[in-house]
Design a protein around this ligand. Structure first.
Ligand code: BG6
Length: 487
């Protein structure tokens, strides 16, 4: 069987459920186009399906508009035609037989005599996921298949266990890829490279040297057409129990015995198991003023559009080191950072007024933006007479390197990995169930939501939550612009 440079077994029929939805438009269709043009997805057919009635021509037109708006590819007519020719559409409401017929037609087009594999991408709301799984079963599309599932995986422990149980009636765990796109971000994987490929930081990556950690993902966006999904989800289920916890696991885990999926999942699971249950008094929930006035929002909605929490990991490496997590909609700035504050020196011999320690502790900061960056801040002497100190930093940006153009967008990377059968950057049923288990105290008695003004950093109570430390954002000093001299 043909294997391309990245090891994808070709050919593939990709069945995209929710093909006309927001995620497909913004990420999946443009991502598939990019993979095709980059030669990473050589032989494939893409069958789009959703509840909407339309023909292939209409679907191709919509896919074109989506790739035009959100993609970063060659959209010349010749290049587009090559991609358009692999697309087809069948409405999901036509039932399993027609779905099977469309998929087998695409398979026949590939002319590969039983060698074809199927990748079912379920970009559908959580309540629709199981019915798609059963539809695939009825359509006889389980063998030779892999299935990619979008979060949230359940809404609490009970529903997650039930979902996994039902899923396993149709698909083996090996066939299931639970996607968390934060793990597909180059910058998230760089945490592993940084931690485990260097001798410099590993010795100080623990409670003896680290004072606290912040994982801060404020967003300026509101809900833009996703209100009804969000009203039943909220920031904790949408962002924390998913993305922020996965990033935390990369930050906090022990070195895996190898970079293979099993050992990495084992170490992540140990982090989740070591977490203390999340208590309501360690959580601030917020709701931006004006949320309740929106259509599709209950009059007295208790959904949080903001959350900040303190997590403790009760193991030898991290005992006593708080991890503060924050995320929310309509906040002052959009950012995705991990900030590690190091312990301060035991004594200071610098004279009063020298500024020693006045700008907080030394920090190592990872910026998980698409153009990822890292910085290490420390005190240094300000040139001139006397002993005046100031905070300086060493900074590194991926986009300054020669390989910057090779960066794959998170979904592109993960679609490719699922086709290669590589589970390394996917989440596991055990991991997710453990996180829900640790969430029980919070979910059973959530603290009341507090109002915050759109454009702020959340409710005032966030400051008590981190005291005696302070939130790192907004930054006191902005990132250095590599193109401007003299900074
Ligand atoms: C999604 C959440 O999974 O992640 C959204 O559902 C959130 O609410 C988004 O805005 C953030 O992802 P990114 O990659 O834009 O930081």
């Amino acid at each position: 069987m043909a294997v391309n440079a990245d090891g994808v077994r070709a050919p593939y029929v990709i069945v995209l459920f929710g093909a006309t939805g927001d995620l497909s438009r913004r990420k999946l269709l443009p991502g598939l186009l990019r993979l095709t043009q980059a030669g990473l997805l050589p032989e494939a057919r893409i069958v789009g399906t959703s509840l909407e009635e339309m023909d292939t021509e209409e679907f191709v037109r919509r896919a074109h508009d989506a790739c035009q708006e959100f993609g970063r590819c060659d959209m010349s007519s010749e290049a587009w035609q090559r991609f358009a020719s692999v697309l087809s559409y069948v409405s999901q409401s036509k039932g399993p037989e027609e779905l099977a017929e469309a998929v087998h037609k695409a398979e026949a087009d590939l002319g590969a005599d039983g060698d074809v594999r199927f990748l079912h991408y379920l970009s559908v709301p959580p309540k629709a996921a199981l019915s798609v799984i059963h539809q695939l079963d009825e359509a006889g599309l389980v063998d030779r298949s892999r299935v990619v599932m979008e979060k949230p995986f359940g809404t609490d422990l009970e529903s997650a266990v039930a979902l996994n149980r039902e899923l396993h009636q149709v698909f083996d765990e090996e066939q299931i890829f639970r996607i968390d796109h934060f793990l597909g971000k180059e910058a998230a994987q760089n945490i592993l490279a940084f931690r485990f490929a260097n001798g410099l930081f590993e010795p100080i990556w623990n409670r003896n040297f680290i004072q606290h950690v912040q994982i801060d993902v404020p967003e300026t966006l509101g809900l833009e057409g996703r209100t009804s999904f969000y009203e039943t989800t909220g920031a904790y289920r949408d962002m924390v129990v998913t993305h922020l916890m996965q990033v935390l696991a990369f930050m906090a885990m022990e070195p895996p015995t190898s970079l293979a999926p099993g050992p990495i999942s084992d170490e992540k699971l140990k982090v989740f198991r070591s977490m203390k249950p999340i208590e309501p008094h360690d959580v601030v929930r917020g709701q931006y003023s004006g949320y309740r006035g929106k259509e599709e929002v209950a009059e007295y909605s208790d959904t949080e559009t903001f959350i900040a929490l303190r997590i403790e990991i009760d193991n030898w490496r991290w005992a006593g080191v708080p991890f503060f997590l924050r995320t929310g909609k309509k906040l002052a700035e959009g950012a995705r950072i991990i900030s590690i504050a190091f312990k301060e020196p035991p004594l200071s011999m610098f004279p009063a007024g020298s500024n020693a320690g006045m700008q907080g502790p030394d920090h190592l900061t990872f910026d998980l933006a698409d153009q990822s960056r890292m910085s290490l801040s420390f005190y240094g002497k300000r040139p001139g007479p006397g002993m005046q100190l100031e905070k300086l930093s060493m900074q590194f940006a991926t986009h300054e390197t020669a390989s910057a153009t090779g960066v794959l967008e998170a979904y592109e990377r993960l679609i490719l990995d699922a086709m290669r059968g590589d589970h390394t950057l996917f989440t596991t049923a055990d991991g997710i169930e453990t996180l829900w288990e640790k969430s029980i105290p919070l979910l059973q008695s959530p603290p009341p939501v507090r109002a915050y003004a759109p454009g702020s950093w959340g409710p005032n109570a966030i400051h008590q939550l981190v005291a005696p430390h302070a939130w790192r954002l907004p930054f006191e000093r902005s990132w250095r612009d590599p193109n401007s001299v003299g900074q």
